[in-house]
Design a protein around this ligand. Structure first.
Ligand SMILES: N[C@@H](CCC(=O)N[C@@H](CS)C(=O)NCC(=O)O)C(=O)O
Length: 309
């Protein structure tokens, strides 16, 4: 049975955001437990743990639950500082790659698949975003999406050309490198020929990618979802966030009932009592009969925090 301080990643293999986190675990040489989640709703085990957050990945350490790859990577970095991967402009690159570049990857993959996309998946993604997931429109715009995608990949090639550096910020890989790698991995994992075409002539990107992937994905062990839930129920949430002030957050104080939701897609509201807000993180406490008390962590960037009515 895993211990309450083991890293448990709720994820699925095809998920690019999960792959980015798995690569950070590899870079740090960490052992971790893997709970494979479905790639669309329903996800009863995951949602019961998070209080409503459904996206992948989610990291669990005991009764602390980390929603969104941004706060997951920050927490891995905080707990396992060596080798340091949090430097340079890693976080802005992460946000650009997660939002802007990722949307072009989605348009290319699903525009290329077109009518082959499972209608249940289309319906799920429409509910997730609150907008049409129009694969025919994506197919029609494929040329534009590919141009945009390649132009963004060219930024990586240029950055690596600057002074012959091996990685974006010098001789060591960073979270920014893993973030930029995410879209290249995503498109290649589904359509390797399309990725080859889009990266044609970007020799530095090819070498950089191979070198990042050489670090592997750490030591993965499969864990039954029920065991992960049992670990949450048996563990106490971490106490380091309890004393943190809640300054500069719309007059909210620790203990206030709040709602947290993503500001892009998958905006399902998560209710809890505010524990802490910093410039980089929101932490709320929620409790239920099945799991007892849990700390739920979100990144500050990309999430809305509001008083619950
Ligand atoms: N900002 C989030 C985005 C996560 C995300 O969009 N994940 C995708 C999978 S790669 C997702 O959850 N899609 C809906 C689903 O799988 O149910 C993060 O960084 O973790």
């Amino acid at each position: 049975m895993p211990r309450s301080d083991d890293i448990i990643l709720h994820h699925y293999d095809a998920s690019p955001f999960s792959n980015k986190v798995r690569m950070l675990l590899g870079l740090k040489g960490l052992a971790w437990q893997s709970v494979v989640t479905p790639n669309m709703m329903p996800k009863p085990d995951l949602v019961s743990l998070t209080g409503g957050y459904r996206r992948a990945p989610v990291m669990q350490i005991g009764a602390d639950i980390y929603c969104d790859s941004q706060v997951i990577m920050a927490e891995i970095e905080r707990r396992h500082a060596e080798p340091n991967a949090d430097f340079g402009a890693s976080w802005p690159i992460n946000l650009w790659s997660d939002r802007m570049w990722f949307q072009h990857s989605v348009a290319i993959i699903f525009g290329t698949l077109g009518d082959k996309v499972d209608p249940a998946f289309v319906e799920d993604r429409e509910k997730l975003s609150g907008r049409p997931f129009d694969v025919n429109a994506m197919a029609a715009a494929l040329g534009h999406s590919k141009t945009q995608w390649r132009a963004q990949a060219a930024w990586i090639e240029q950055a690596l050309a600057a002074d012959g550096r091996e990685f974006l910020f010098g001789s060591e890989p960073s979270i920014g490198d893993l973030a930029a790698h995410m879209n290249i991995w995503f498109v290649s994992s589904v359509f390797s020929k399309v990725a080859e075409e889009l990266l044609d002539g970007f020799d530095r990107v090819h070498r950089w990618r191979a070198s990042l992937e050489d670090s592997g994905q750490g030591t993965r062990r499969e864990l039954d979802p029920a065991d992960a839930l049992a670990i949450a129920a048996e563990s106490e949430p971490g106490s380091r966030w309890q004393a943190t002030g809640c300054a500069q957050s719309k007059g909210l104080s620790a203990g206030d009932p709040v709602i947290v939701s993503a500001d892009d897609y998958g905006r399902d509201p998560i209710r809890g009592d505010l524990l802490a807000v910093t410039d980089s993180r929101i932490v709320i406490r929620r409790s239920d009969d099945a799991h007892g008390q849990l700390n739920i962590h979100f990144p500050r960037t990309g999430f809305v925090l509001a008083r619950a009515n």
